[in-house]
Design a protein around this ligand. Structure first.
Ligand code: AHM
Ligand code: MG
Length: 335
């Protein structure tokens, strides 16, 4: 990576002139990028700071040390509050909607985020990430009402994630394709390293937590059974399987080399919704995946069309290369 590659700020400013983005959206996205930089820094010092995994230990001053997911949430809340146009924040870490305005105006932003996704990976030093989504209030509201944040995913104006792996990457969309940035040590900048990311239409790689096989619905069992039969099975090709237990890392891999990711409905998790949360996990990833030419589905409907009924709602997730998602949707229809 060279210092000549354009920075995140330069990129956003060029998008602003090409696609007429609101300047406050650019400020907000820069604040989110700053949050990701800080979280990345905190994670890299995690073991030294004694804050990995489920730590709630007391330090030498007798202060309770916060877990990294609580720290990451605080970082997001603090930085997203900088932009005077944010009406409310919805975080995986907080039960309630956090209203920043008493009387939000039309066009004010709603920011949804999972500050540290896949945090079970922290203990074992594997990739984790942050996910965000931005929508807007269509009309002014006189008083805050939590139902106002229940916007359908198709209304998102921006979404993205940061993956804290061997390097820190930031991948975003403002509805004009998907673009990836890598954090450059030294300058501290996110620089554009993966412009116009696209997902291969065909793939022979899938990702699912196969230990949950007995809990899946029939169409997902059928898909899995056929994949593992390889060349001699009905799919007539050899599949590879991956599972990192970190959706951000899975989606990043799919953007780089194709694949399909499933966290389907599962009798061991919430009966109607699988494990992942609609508003700050499934929706942002669905927008990214569709913008990159892939597809995201519950198996039955497009994720971006799911009407939310609660801000922590769960939803089955099947996303990635178009051809495989289509096969899975067909199996759901046929069951
Ligand atoms: P989290 O938000 O509590 O971290 O859970 C979400 C994560 C996803 O990143 C990942 O796909 C999934 O949980 C892994 O779940 P499992 O441990 O059941 O394999
Ligand atoms: Mg999560």
């Amino acid at each position: 990576m060279s210092a000549d590659q354009i920075t995140f700020r330069e990129f956003l400013l060029s998008q602003r002139s090409q696609h007429k983005l609101d300047k406050d959206l650019i400020f907000l996205m820069e604040d989110i990028a700053t949050s990701c930089r800080i979280i990345s820094h905190q994670i890299r010092g995690g073991a030294f700071a004694g804050r990995l995994g489920a730590t709630t230990s007391t330090n030498v001053q007798g202060e309770t040390q916060k877990q990294l997911d609580v720290i990451a949430n605080d970082v997001f809340v603090r930085h997203c509050s900088n932009c005077g146009r944010v009406a409310a924040l919805v975080s995986e870490e907080v039960d309630e909607v956090y209203w920043l305005k008493d009387k939000p105006e039309a066009g004010d932003y709603l920011v949804y985020f999972d500050p540290l996704d896949g945090s079970s990976n922290l203990d074992v030093n594997l990739s984790v990430g942050s996910i965000f989504s931005i929508s807007q209030l269509p009309t002014a509201i006189d008083a805050t009402d939590d139902r106002s944040v229940l916007r359908v995913g198709a209304e998102q104006i921006s979404a993205g994630y940061s993956v804290y792996g061997p390097s820190t990457a930031l991948v975003i969309t403002t509805g004009n394709g998907v673009h990836g940035f890598t954090h450059q040590q030294g300058t501290g900048e996110f620089r554009l390293t993966f412009p116009d990311m696209t997902i291969l239409e065909a793939t022979s790689e899938f990702a699912i937590n196969a230990s949950r096989y007995t809990l899946w619905d029939q169409p997902v069992k059928r898909y899995f059974d056929e994949c593992i039969r390889g060349k001699d099975g009905p799919r007539e090709k050899t599949f590879n399987m991956r599972w990192t237990a970190s959706m951000v890392a899975e989606v990043h891999r799919i953007l780089i080399r194709g694949g399909v990711f499933l966290y389907p409905r599962d009798a061991g998790n919430n009966a109607d919704g699988g494990k992942l949360r609609l508003m700050y996990e499934a929706n942002p990833m669905a927008l990214i995946v569709e913008q990159a030419g892939g597809f995201a589905s519950t198996g039955i409907e497009r994720i971006l069309d799911v009407q939310p009924n609660s801000h922590h709602q769960r939803v089955p997730v099947i996303l990635g290369s178009k051809e495989e998602v289509a096969v899975l949707e067909r199996y759901h229809r046929e069951s």
